[in-house]
Design a protein around this ligand. Structure first.
Ligand code: PMP
Length: 394
């Protein structure tokens, strides 16, 4: 059994000005707190170097354009991609909507039972036929079942790389092999993966990858869609406007090549610069170190919580940074409220995964999710809070 002494802290909480002493922030899967370096990058961008990008003939704008494009290159290096395959979007939600609407061959898509609503509803809206892959008993996407379901009629497979509820990690390479075998493309929803695991889109062999900056210690309102160059090339624009065109007349418009084709309007300039700083921050710590730290916290949390009578844990033991649980006879919202009284912030609800709640047979779960600033003391605070809940309702 893991103990508090087994976990060496990363000792990074001082980097996060919005985390007061004694507050256990365990909702990083919803959004990560921001390190000072990210706040500084955004403040500098607005307060010192600000101007628009791509259009200015003056030096300040040219410099800002370089900084914006440097952020694109930084993202590309972070996930093993080429810069012109990186599309800045508002977040994972927009990235998935873009692919669902713009992929020219909208036939069948295979999703899984654990997907976030943002990897379900866009496919419905865009008119795809949806098939659903079941889960293994411990809460992973069942790739043997996926293999049996997939046919040459499937144009797309879209799976979470890491589940936002269960923390289960997909065997993405096998998913890619299964998709490609029937001629389908693989989109990975990497929202919960990029803050927790090293991600290399070439090694994963996927075709599209999306994530949100705010879960990666960066700003809200900026996210990334990566797509293979030859795939982005055949996709029409998602939205029209400035910056995405080649030539406009009232009769006919021709479009810029990707990624500009998919970035209409003035982009989230400062968001891109903040994301650049966030990637520098996490890479300086190292994704391997972050993963090891969060794995240790998950193990400690699962050990502590499973020792408490009436606690039910969801998801596999080796989940990445996320622990979902329920306390028999207590609504997860009450769990969250009582924990909050003890300075422990967790998420309680359906986590935008109502179909998964149906599969688990619960209306909601309580969820603790970890980040670089968490320590074993936060897990202890969680466990003590849960013990208090069971005393109150016991
Ligand atoms: N997919 C997963 C797995 C998520 O956890 C989330 C956010 N909870 C999203 C997609 C949507 O991300 P955003 O709201 O930042 O677009």
């Amino acid at each position: 059994m893991a103990t508090i002494l087994d976990i060496r802290p990363l000792d990074l909480v001082a980097d996060f000005p919005a985390i007061p002493a004694g507050w256990a922030y365990l909702d990083t899967a919803a959004t990560a707190q921001k390190p000072q370096v990210v706040i500084d990058a955004i403040t500098r961008a607005y307060g010192t170097t600000y101007a628009t990008v791509h259009r200015g003939v003056y030096q300040r704008s040219a410099d800002m354009t370089l900084a914006y494009e440097a952020a694109r290159q930084r993202v590309a290096r972070f996930i093993g991609a080429k810069a012109d395959e990186i599309v800045f979007v508002r977040g994972a939600t927009e990235g998935i909507n873009l692919v669902a609407h713009c992929w020219p061959d909208k036939r069948r898509v295979l999703l899984s039972q654990l997907e976030h609503h943002s990897n379900i509803v866009p496919w419905q809206l865009a008119g795809w036929q949806i098939d659903v892959c079941p889960l293994t008993p411990d809460g992973r996407i069942d790739l043997d079942a996926a293999e049996a379901i997939l046919t040459p009629d499937h144009a797309m497979v879209a799976f979470a790389h890491v589940s936002n509820v269960l923390g289960s990690v997909l065997d993405a390479r096998r998913a890619a092999e299964l998709a490609h075998r029937v001629g389908a493309k693989l989109l990975l929803d990497g929202c919960q993966a990029v803050p927790r695991l090293p991600v290399d889109v070439q090694a994963l062999d996927c075709d599209f990858y999306v994530f949100s900056g705010h879960k990666l210690y960066g700003p809200t309102g900026i996210g990334v869609l990566w797509g293979r160059g030859d795939l982005l090339d055949v996709m029409p624009p998602f939205m029209g406007g400035g910056a995405m065109i080649d030539r406009v007349t009232f009769e006919r418009t021709t479009y810029a090549p990707p990624p500009a084709r998919f970035e209409p309007g003035t982009p989230h300039i400062t968001g891109a610069l903040g994301l650049h700083a966030a990637i520098d921050y996490v890479e300086a710590i190292g994704l391997e170190a972050i993963h090891a730290h969060e794995t240790a916290l998950v193990k400690l949390a699962r050990d502590r919580l499973s020792a408490i009578n009436s606690v039910r844990l969801f998801g596999p033991e080796d989940s990445a940074g996320i622990v979902s649980f329920a306390i028999e006879g207590v609504h997860p919202h009450d769990v969250g409220t009582i924990l909050d009284e003890g300075q422990v912030a967790i998420r309680a609800g359906h986590h935008c995964a109502q179909p998964l709640m149906d599969v688990l047979g619960v209306p909601a779960t309580a969820r603790a999710s970890f980040g670089v600033y968490n320590s074993a003391a936060d897990v202890e605070a969680l466990a003590r809070g849960v013990e208090r809940v069971t005393r109150i309702f016991g």
